[in-house]
Design a protein around this ligand. Structure first.
Ligand code: CP
Length: 300
């Protein structure tokens, strides 16, 4: 089985190979609709998603795979069927790859160890990891700068709740990129600061080749954080003034969905330095590469 649980389980060579295959799928539409013919993927989404869910579905279809959507409300999860039994059931009916988004942490690694008979792909697990997001982020940076080694990437905002920050941190570390973290004190995560210094937002923006803004995950904060979105934007968000302070070649990334006017001024989402929509397009190529790898795990 070829699971994708998180980027800390991928070598530099494996990630390079995924980037090569992603570029191949982008550049060779004549090769689409063949590799996965007659093979099944289930997209099991127990938390909301637009980009990841739809781009996995497009990727599966472009590989020629059959796609089965599965959610929490209409599946037997509602009757108490366990994670493991659901995966075993999907394997028993002929599904080979299960793409999972859910709120728990560590369940996918545990399931992979229990070997339920399918290849598992993490599509976002609580605030634990979101490896395909990190891979598409690194692919976007690599397309822009040609290399990841030595690149300075500033990850700014709600680090504590961010599975995107975590998966990017591990992948960037593997490539020898320099990672800087920034944001409000209440959103810090000391477990990520071994490799990355925590700097004031303005300093993090000034030094970066890549300014990666994170969504303030309002749904994961119990307390009201700021008196108004404007207060957050001016203290920690990307404003036109802060874009002026960026290095001349630096670019803006954001995993989206975006809280316009909170972590980023609305007009900057489509700014000429923004790669936000390019990230989404790249997500399809990366997910084709990840699914292809999962299918290489074989049947049965
Ligand atoms: N970036 C991301 O994971 O977006 P969705 O939650 O819409 O899938």
């Amino acid at each position: 089985r070829r699971h994708l649980i998180d980027t800390d389980g991928l070598s530099l060579e494996e990630m390079e190979s995924l980037f090569c295959r992603a570029a191949y799928w982008r550049d060779h539409p004549e090769a689409w609709f063949q590799t996965g013919k007659g093979r099944f993927a289930a997209n099991w989404f127990l938390e909301p998603s637009t980009r990841t869910r739809v781009s996995f579905e497009v990727a599966e279809k472009r590989l020629g795979m059959e796609t089965i959507p599965l959610d929490g409300e209409t599946s037997s999860t509602m009757k108490g069927e366990s994670f493991y039994d659901t995966l075993r059931t999907l394997a028993a009916v002929g599904v080979e790859v299960v793409v999972v988004r859910h709120a728990g942490i560590g369940t996918l690694a545990e399931m992979a160890w229990e070997n339920p008979g399918v290849s598992l792909v993490n599509a976002g697990e609580g605030n634990g990891g979101h490896p395909t997001q990190a891979l598409l982020d690194l692919f976007t940076m690599r397309e822009q700068f040609g290399t990841l080694k030595g690149l300075t990437v500033s990850i700014i905002g709600d680090i504590r709740h961010s599975r995107v920050a975590r998966s990017n941190y591990w992948a960037l570390k593997t490539f020898g990129a320099r990672v800087i973290l920034a944001g409000p004190e209440s959103m810090r995560d000391p477990s990520l600061e071994e490799y990355a210094p925590y700097l004031p937002v303005d300093e993090a923006i000034r030094q970066a080749d890549v300014v990666m803004m994170l969504r303030v995950q309002l749904e994961r904060h119990r307390e009201t954080l700021f008196s108004s979105p404007d207060v957050y934007l001016h203290a920690y968000g990307l404003t036109p003034e802060r874009v002026e302070a960026m290095r001349s070649h630096a670019v803006i990334l954001h995993p989206a969905p975006v809280n316009r006017g909170v972590e980023i001024a609305s007009e900057l989402v489509e700014h000429k330095r923004s790669k936000i929509f390019e990230q989404m397009s790249n997500g399809v190529w990366i997910r084709m590469a990840v699914l292809e790898r999962a299918l290489e795990g074989g049947r049965g």
